[in-house]
Design a protein around this ligand. Structure first.
Ligand code: FAD
Length: 1013
């Protein structure tokens, strides 16, 4: 549906400050909209702020999330409203009035300097909800060290003054006179063009339910409590301890599907992320405490995301995590030691089994955030029976109310990358609605004048504890003392979190106060944090290239965790080297150039079509290149989705819109055959039916899709009674009478998926089997349908269809890869299937009418060619490799190039549309700018030294250098990624990598070789 908003305001309201809301706010604010980001608690962060590490990369969640929090906190076009709720929404799409109520913080946020004295002196101690009540905090508190905004608050339920008019100590000692006991709730009305709801989810499990002893037994904790328990900022400083006696548990059990997949308690759906987070927690436990045994009790392992199966295999094989497929009968307490006994039933032995554990972790299912039902009622929205927001398959981020969109966990339980993708799509949907008011409400930040530098280097060294990530191993006092003695260092000091928002202001103050003209931060990794600190320098009036990040976390505390003295010495030595380089750093200026305001989309499937429309609907021209003779791609083969939608109708609708769209040029039977340039200014050649056409584009989306694996097993291609799921669905749709005659059908899962060559799960096949078995049962209830599976992966609400299939009498038998089913002909040419059911440990022989294969998904052959042309990385299976698995799932490392759909990994149609819209919004970040800047840290050729030997041209992985009209190599600054390969390969030493000059690197090496005095 195309909405025509009344004159819009250029402002958007985003409700919910978890990763979904934050990413959506950034995606809107970076494309010219003003965003109110509403959060009901004291701080942004949501569930992600509580996580320790994230699967499947084991990245530190805090380290990943902090830069985002700082970015959102410092964004000129995002206004954060904490302790706030949306009460009512009046008006029309494009012109809503949102009524907001803000609860009192009892601390004046404008005055609070986050010194922490109120918390220090506060006499009232309460259970710390952020740490799952496993530790205590004061009634005057900061939720967590990186909280945004970094402002203390008083807990009205426990503050002695607010409850009994006693105490008042915080007001007496606050040096900023920020304590305001008389604050009252305030109501405001905001004019906004669109609303995005991103209110996330809570755990369904509560202490009152008493499930498996939770709330009664101290050593039964939830998955979220266990995240805090693992965290360096958690109740036990990141050491694995159990609550009752703080002893290191020797045996920990995870119980999966607690209040998930539980029809008896009206919670039949799957919570999607629990199998993976339990695996991650078990892996992290084993890395912290190698002697602690980790066992996961599960029904099916749902590792349906990119790289997930690999992660589970590594957990099992390399980390020794034990997986036990069983349902738990009960958990009871051993009163002698507060251990827990888990009772299961063994069907083979036909008896109960018991095993004792020191600690039990319950992987609780999810429910919408508290209070969400009231909001739904106020806004008049439609939810599913479990309270999650309902969306349509072709508009996957639109709610039932026009102009109100959704992203993240409140649409359905999902992990971080899927949340980030949906956040981008929600931003795209909102900005498609109100694109006419882009830039109407934003403030343009004035450039800060750079200070004139003193001749003498004045270095400041800031050393980060990173909670206990660094300080738990490295002796910070020694490192600070060593840094103070280094030449040119005028200040060396330390911070618990150098990347937190309050520290940012402190750094700015210190740089200005001490006239620092070089800054060294010794902390985590330049990969994630260098841009953040460079921005701090900019705000302090220093050129951002006068900055050095020394990694004393990755290179010291993490790799030398068991030898703290050596880790400390190495940290001091690396800082010495960092300072030596810093004094030689020169101010550099970034490059500016105009943006080509057109986009290019390669691949005309549902992903490419949706991405093109997303760009075109926002007023920009886009070329859509498709190698085939029609748009639609793989979806043409599909008859219906699991939920009953028609892909054919979707294709027709998209085709119709594209055909009449003034901003889209479709190139059928065409290929991109040349591509050069850089973000904002690419140029290429499209070869097609009408010859070659030169095109220019600011950004590009690769949506080359996927294809089905063509099996050479199970008699496929030999006997036409062996079909794929897609072929079976088509045949049933074309000839229901044929389906009505089938008496017995066997479906085999994981054909060409989860194998040694293609170790990933193809995500859609379990749903395809369930869908087709239901369809057959509906045509022919008497038909026997047998599904041979390894794990049924009907994640999220797709689980409801799995349940329905079982209710309709579809039979499910589990096989293991070592005992694959055998399909063959008997002497009468009947098809026969032999298989072993692992659950009952029984062998079966069936003679079906039909064998239906759930074949895996593969990237299209063309992807490799495109990858070579655009210089894009691929996984070993041939899918495109994203820049960051968690936070940049649709971006390549090369700026200006994005991906969508099956080219990234197997996914459903609605997921492809979502991803395409997210990618479209990333393209808008480029096209909506008039001018772009790129880094000054690039390679530069000295034409007098260049012998035009072509070594740089051949070695550059990004294709940046070329031989210019003067016959020497030239490297366009915006195309250079600063990797330095050409610099080190050039035989004539004619290339200098600015910001990494020989002089700077040699100084670093010399400093490392120096013996400390
Ligand atoms: C134990 C556990 C471990 C996990 N581990 C991983 C992992 O390793 N990797 C991974 O990818 N994912 C993991 N996840 C999933 C991940 O946490 C979610 O994908 C992600 O947090 C969802 O983000 P969100 O913004 O949608 O929701 P949330 O994080 O729930 O954020 C929603 C925000 O909205 C606020 N809010 C709610 N209602 C309102 C309202 N009415 N008004 C204003 N504000 C409101 C909330 O206070 C909250 O701040 C894990 C989840 C759990 C529970």
């Amino acid at each position: 549906m195309t909405l025509h908003p009344t004159k819009s305001t250029g402002r958007v309201l985003v409700v919910g400050g978890g990763i979904g809301g934050i990413q959506c706010a950034l995606d809107l604010a970076d494309t010219g909209f003003y965003v109110y980001l509403l959060e009901k608690t004291h701080t942004l962060g949501g569930n992600m702020a509580r996580l320790d590490k994230t699967f499947p990369t084991n990245d530190c969640s805090t380290c990943m999330f902090s830069p985002k929090l700082v970015q959102v906190a410092g964004h000129a076009n995002i206004e954060i409203l904490t302790l706030s709720r949306l009460l009512a929404l009046e008006g029309q799409p494009g012109r809503f009035q949102a009524q907001i109520e803000q609860a009192p913080r009892y601390i004046n946020a404008d005055r609070c300097i986050a010194c922490g004295q109120c918390a220090e002196k506060c006499p009232s101690k309460v259970a710390d909800a952020f740490n799952g009540a496993l530790s205590q905090r004061k009634a005057a508190f900061l939720t967590f060290p990186q909280a945004v905004p970094l402002k203390y608050a008083l807990d009205a339920e426990h503050c002695l003054y607010l409850t009994k008019k006693k105490c008042g100590v915080c007001q007496k000692i606050c040096p900023a006179q920020a304590v305001a006991y008389d604050q009252q709730p305030e109501r405001t009305v905001l004019d906004v063009g669109a609303v995005v709801l991103s209110t996330g989810f809570d755990l369904a499990l509560t202490a009152q339910q008493g499930e498996f002893g939770y709330g009664r037994y101290r050593n039964v904790v939830t998955s979220l409590q266990f995240e805090r328990l693992l965290s360096a900022t958690g109740p036990y400083d990141g050491h694995v301890r159990r609550p009752s006696d703080q002893a290191v548990p020797q045996k920990i059990a995870w119980i999966q599907c607690v209040l998930s997949r539980d029809a008896a308690r009206n919670r039949p759906f799957c919570s999607s992320v629990c199998c993976m987070h339990a695996t991650k927690q078990a892996v992290m436990t084993r890395s912290h405490e190698p002697d602690t045994a980790a066992t996961i009790y599960f029904m099916d392992i749902r590792a349906h995301g990119k790289g997930f199966d690999d992660y589970v295999e590594r957990a099992r094989d390399q980390h020794g995590v034990r997986y036990r497929r069983s349902m738990i009968s009960q958990v009871y307490l051993n009163p002698e030691n507060e251990n827990l006994v888990i009772e299961t039933f063994d069907h083979h032995l036909n008896r109960k089994l018991e095993e004792e554990y020191d600690l039990v972790v319950l992987s609780s299912g999810f429910k919408p955030a508290d209070g969400f039902a009231d909001l739904v009622q106020q806004l008049g929205l439609v939810t599913n029976p479990y309270g999650f927001l309902a969306t349509e398959f072709d508009t996957p981020v639109a709610t039932s109310r026009p102009g109100v969109y959704v992203c993240g966990g409140i649409e359905a339980p999902k992990d971080i990358p899927e949340t980030v993708i949906q956040a981008g799509a929600a931003a795209a949907a909102a900005s498609m609605l109100i694109h006419d008011s882009r830039n109407a409400a934003v403030t343009v930040q004035e450039a800060i004048r750079e200070r004139v530098l003193e001749a003498e280097p004045r270095v400041g060294v800031f050393i980060c504890h990173c909670g206990t990530n660094i300080a738990g191993v490295v002796d910070i006092d020694t490192v600070v003392a060593d840094a103070r003695g280094l030449p040119h260092v005028v200040l060396a000091t330390d911070f618990v979190f150098t990347c937190s928002t309050d520290t940012e202001q402190t750094l700015i103050d210190l740089i200005q106060k001490h006239h620092l003209n070089r800054v060294v931060v010794a902390a985590c990794s330049p990969k994630t944090h260098e841009p953040l600190f460079q921005d701090t320098l900019r705000k302090a009036g220093l050129n951002p290239y006068l900055f050095e990040l020394t990694s004393i976390r990755d290179q010291c505390s993490w790799v030398h965790g068991k030898t703290p003295a050596q880790a400390t010495r190495k940290a001091s030595e690396l800082i010495r080297a960092g300072v030596a380089r810093a004094v030689r750093l020169e101010p550099l200026q970034d490059h500016r150039y105009p943006v080509v305001k057109e986009g290019l989309v390669i691949g005309g499937g549902v992903g490419g079509m949706s991405a093109a429309l997303c760009i075109a609907d926002q007023g920009y021209q886009v070329h859509l290149v498709e190698k085939g003779d029609r748009l639609g791609g793989f979806a043409h083969h599909l008859t219906a989705t699991l939920e009953g939608h028609s892909p054919a109708r979707l294709i027709r609708y998209l085709e119709e819109r594209i055909a009449h769209h003034p901003n889209i040029a479709v190139h059928l039977k065409s290929h991109l055959v040349a591509h050069a340039g850089h973000v904002g200014a690419f140029e290429g050649t499209i070869d097609g039916m009408h010859g070659s056409q030169a095109v220019r584009y600011g950004a590009v989306i690769a949506a080359t899709g996927g294809k089905a694996y063509e099996p050479d097993e199970y008699l496929y291609g030999v006997d036409d009674r062996s079909l794929t799921q897609v072929e079976f669905a088509r045949r049933m749709a074309d000839d229901p009478a044929w389906a009505g005659r089938l008496q017995r059908v066997v479906m085999i899962q994981c054909v060409g998926s989860r194998t040694s060559d293609f170790p990933y799960c193809s995500r859609v096949c379990c749903s395809a089997a369930v869908k087709n078995s239901i369809a057959l049962k509906e045509i022919n209830p008497e038909a026997q349908v047998v599904i041979l599976y390894r794990d049924m992966r009907t994640f999220g609400f797709k689980e409801l269809y799995y349940l329905k299939a079982r209710q309709q009498g579809v039979l499910f038998f589990r096989y293991i890869p070592e005992e694959k089913p055998a399909v063959y002909h008997d002497q009468n040419n009947h098809m026969v299937v032999d298989f072993t059911d692992r659950s009952a440990e029984q062998n079966f022989r069936i003679a079906p009418d039909l064998v239906v294969l759930s074949v895996g998904m593969r990237p299209r052959d063309g992807a490799r060619k495109l990858a070579r042309l655009l210089k894009l990385p691929q996984t070993r299976e041939g899918f495109f490799l994203e820049a960051h698995v968690k936070l940049r799932p649709v971006a390549f490392a090369t700026p200006g190039i994005f991906m969508a759909g099956l080219a990234h990994s197997p996914r459903f149609i609605e997921e492809t549309i979502t991803m395409a819209q997210c990618a479209g919004q990333q393209v808008l970040k480029v096209l909506s700018q008039d001018e772009m800047t790129t880094s000054a840290a690039v390679a530069e050729v000295d034409p007098d030294q260049c012998a035009a030997c072509l070594v740089c041209v051949r070695t550059c992985p990004f294709g940046a250098p070329f031989i210019n009209a003067e016959g020497v190599s030239e490297i366009p600054p915006a195309a250079c990624m600063g990797c330095g390969i050409c610099t080190s390969e050039c035989p004539a030493r004619a290339i200098t990598l600015k910001h990494q000059t020989d002089d700077q690197i040699v100084a670093k090496i010399d400093a490392l070789l120096e013996q400390p005095s």
